[in-house]
Unconditional design. Structure first.
Length: 159
């Protein structure tokens, strides 16, 4: 299934993967910038909650760390960039302070649809099926939808 603008399609192609697809009504370069500019990331990534971008070294081997301040308190997230191929592909590890287990690996591709829209396809690989299921049961989908809705609003304000 292909995502229409503003709708996220989440699937589980294997017992250790999550696949996310969403189309944004914005050019690829703008979507890429929203994912790689710390000032912009702080405006959407945390579900609309205040977000501290403590570190964001967008280069292979670079470290990133964000702290979201939500109603339940602060939550930290971090990882390392594995690949940065602007504006087509971003690969990184992902670790959430609140989730036991091993870091997952996320590979995101940004496809220019040629009509001012961009399709994001992200595949998240987990070490075990239990870790994948733990993430799915953590509220990940709702949080992701809230963050992408905030991103939609940011992108609309930038055009």
């Amino acid at each position: 299934m292909t995502a229409t603008a503003g709708a996220t399609v989440l699937s589980t192609p294997t017992d250790r993967e999550i696949r996310i697809e969403r189309t944004f009504d914005a050019p690829r370069e703008l979507v890429w910038r929203a994912f790689t500019d710390p000032t912009l990331v702080a405006q959407w990534w945390g579900r609309g909650n205040p977000l501290d971008v403590e570190l964001m070294e967008v280069q292979p081997g670079g470290h990133w760390r964000f702290v979201e301040h939500g109603p339940e308190g602060a939550s930290g997230f971090e990882g390392r960039y594995r690949e940065v191929s602007a504006p087509e592909r971003l690969a990184q590890t992902f670790d959430w302070d609140g989730m036991p287990g091993h870091p997952s690996v996320e590979v995101a591709t940004f496809e220019d649809l040629g009509d001012g829209r961009t399709r994001l396809v992200a595949t998240v690989q987990f070490l075990t099926a239990g870790e994948r299921d733990g993430m799915l049961n953590s509220g990940m989908e709702q949080g992701m939808d809230q963050s992408y809705a905030a991103l939609d609003r940011l992108l609309a304000s930038m055009r």
